[in-house]
Design a protein around this ligand. Structure first.
Ligand SMILES: *Cc1c(COP(=O)(O)O)cnc(C)c1O
Length: 400
């Protein structure tokens, strides 16, 4: 897993990062090791292996739930992209989030989570962890005094997400990391799914763990489910035992597809960024559209912060169609290029109506309080031609 080459640019790291120069059978790609277990020559080899594992540095593979060479190769590539020391791949983004929290927290501990974090993560932190004696405080994503005030002596995790979903709020990561000065035990976990290692490097900005749903940009083709964390050897080492016990490993075939996705990550993200910027600017210029949420727009309230800590603004654009809910539905259904569905980060554009699916169980008042109006539309921009996407939006807006 160690990569002793100097740290190169993001495109070079996408293609070559974490890879041994010479691979099995001299193949240029990493093979899929479709195996559930690994065999030993004799008992002496087993005993030598057990000794190495007990010393914290397993000398080889043992059993599929603990690791697989394809999964290890994919991990190494992501670790190289994030600039961390170690990482873990999971069967889903939610497996990454839940195992990370279970690995870092014990009964009697407390965590802080910023509002507008992924709904399932928030529910796990607030409801499920409570059953195990772990308390959670939700803080607004823009109130740093409230964040500081929420941290108690027993607060072990600060969990945040940037940009947030669906309104693309930006959290100032160096400012959050500064909370560790007064709370040295605090672990800052950043769900960087919307950011990607191409647009933002949470670890370099002071976070301890960068977390991803690789289902989104890292896989990039709407064909895998997976999750990942990257951080220091120490913090990842604290989470790994829970991962191995719960059996949340990414399977080898998925890991192969992830490696393939990561190879084109830098060029895909550049295109997502470019397309989303153009679409956001187009939407902002439309009289019908009352509000566009995109950190790359000068009108975004945190544009300067986004420009300071990100090198690109991502592929998700949310906006309010200034019309009735009926008209909003007509607009969405008139679109010919984006598919209608949840998720983001794939080559295909997707359109989504947050009030109908993610926030459907909230009352209209609760939705209004968090800005999820019935006319809010989320576009996950793919890598199609921006001109075609804009022409499609234009004709669909014409139906409103
Ligand atoms: C999709 C998503 C998740 C959950 O990931 P799964 O792979 O669906 O389990 C977590 N966080 C964010 C920001 C996401 O977009």
């Amino acid at each position: 897993m160690p990569d002793d080459r100097p740290k190169m640019g993001p495109s070079t790291r996408s293609v070559h990062g974490g890879e041994p120069r010479i691979k099995a059978a001299s193949a240029i790609t990493n093979p899929i090791f479709q195996t559930s277990t690994f065999v030993f020559e004799n008992l002496a080899e087993i005993q030598a292996f057990a000794a190495s594992r007990n010393a914290g540095a397993p000398s080889r593979f043992e059993y599929g739930r603990y690791g697989n060479p394809t999964e290890q190769a994919a991990t190494a590539k992501l670790v190289a992209l994030e600039g961390g020391e170690d990482g873990i791949l999971f069967a889903s983004g939610m497996a990454a989030a839940t195992v990370t929290l279970l690995g870092l927290l014990s009964a009697g501990d407390h965590m802080v989570i910023t509002d507008e974090a992924y709904k399932k993560t928030r529910e796990f932190a607030i409801k499920d962890l409570k059953r195990f004696g772990i308390a959670c405080t939700v803080v607004p994503p823009d109130d740093y005094d409230a964040m500081a005030a929420a941290i108690r002596p027993n607060t072990k995790v600060f969990f945040t997400e940037t940009p947030t979903n669906p309104r693309l709020w930006i959290i100032d990561l160096p400012r959050v990391a500064a909370f560790k000065q007064d709370h040295p035990d605090l672990v800052v976990v950043v769900d960087s799914t919307f950011g990607t290692p191409i647009n933002i490097q949470p670890l370099a900005l002071g976070a301890d763990v960068a977390l991803h749903s690789v289902t989104k940009y890292l896989g990039g083709h709407n064909d895998v489910l997976g999750g990942a964390i990257v951080g220091s050897k120490d913090v990842i080492g604290r989470i790994r035992p829970m991962h191995q016990t719960l059996g949340t490993i990414m399977d080898a075939h998925c890991a192969y597809l992830l490696i393939r996705g990561l190879k084109t990550l830098a060029i895909r993200v550049a295109r997502h960024n470019e397309n989303a910027q153009r679409v956001a600017e187009f939407l902002e210029a439309q009289e019908r559209v009352t509000r566009v949420y995109y950190p790359g727009l000068a009108s975004h309230p945190q544009h300067d912060l986004a420009a300071r800590q990100m090198t690109g603004f991502g592929g998700v654009v949310s906006f309010d169609v200034g019309a009735s809910q009926e008209d909003t539905f007509r607009f969405i259904e008139a679109l010919k290029i984006p598919y209608l569905g949840p998720s983001l980060g794939g080559v295909e554009s997707l359109v989504y109506h947050p009030a109908s699916l993610t926030f459907d169980r909230y009352t209209p008042e609760e939705r209004a309080a968090i800005g999820i109006t019935d006319t809010l539309v989320r576009l996950a921009i793919g890598i199609e031609d921006a001109d075609d996407l804009i022409a499609d939006l234009d004709q669909a807006l014409g139906q409103v």
